[in-house]
Write a protein that binds this ligand. Sequence first.
Ligand code: AFP
Length: 329
Amino acid sequence: MSVAVSLKTYLADWAGSDASRQAVAATVTAIAEAGLGIADLVARGPLEEGLANIRGIDPNAGGDAQKELDVVAEELIREKLLPTPTAFLASEESEELIPLNPEGRLVVAVDPLDGSSNIDTNVSVGTIYSIMPYDAAAFAKPEDAVMRPGSAQVAAGFLAYGPATILVATFGEGTQVFVHDRRTGEFLLARSDVEIPAETKEYGINQSNVRHWDAPMQRYLADCLAGKEGPRGKDFNMRWVGSMVADAFRIFTRGGVYVYPRDKRKGYDNGRLRLIYEAFPLAFLVEQAKGGATDGTTRILDITPHHIHQRIPLVFGSKAEVDAIASYY
Ligand code: AFP
């Protein structure tokens, strides 16, 4: 029986003696370690003194000792990244860029806890990360370092904290799935060079918002719902967890498409997902797995951000279905 490759061995082989790759390897290792700490907190949540309030249970007299789990998650990531070659951290939980290692040669962007509104329902939540090279001399100000197209990423991934703790990661040479082995404490390679099937009969979208969508997206859904008698000529199934990492992992496992379009609700004119630390990493992972990722029409990795927390309509998954959606626009 072949022995599963650990994340440590995989990274050592990938990095070899290349200093830039060694920097990325050290940073991904730190994020994976922070992820295990977050997975533990998520698993213990209501039992954990001081975190009770995240599950909507009245906080005890401790008051300020209690913090939202996504803030705690950011702190764990920050702590683990400090000794790594990371110059700055962009995080969903912090308005500004967080300076870390002045000698750093990377900039990391994270969503410390995606799906946090589902925490008290025990649904899978996760951590999403994106890594870009950083050269202080190349940017007038540090913020400029994250205002680059998604194609500037050198690594990206997400952890999902569910029945298993998994890490889906890319270093630009395919997409790999690692599973945390609780017996050894290691992440072990479970699936290498994942391929997302190009065709699918499964879409993930929050249909309750259909009245707010633009006409092309309403037509797309209507044609899916029309089934094999309709213009798509096939019956579709729908899945929506409400936690993107969980929906994404399903797509890496059996195909499908995830859609969060723009809509007419206040604040949703550019959708809900954040470009830099949600859409960019998912797009890199999906494309490395032969899938597609757009804002409905434009390739996500070609988009240049103008604000650290900007939102973007997001469509990703099975390539033929992503292209089909673009054909409605
Ligand atoms: P939270 O992190 O605030 O729970 O948001 C989760 C998310 O960004 C993404 O993970 C889900 O796919 C999407 O929002 C769910 O949005 P709806 O609640 O509108 O369905």
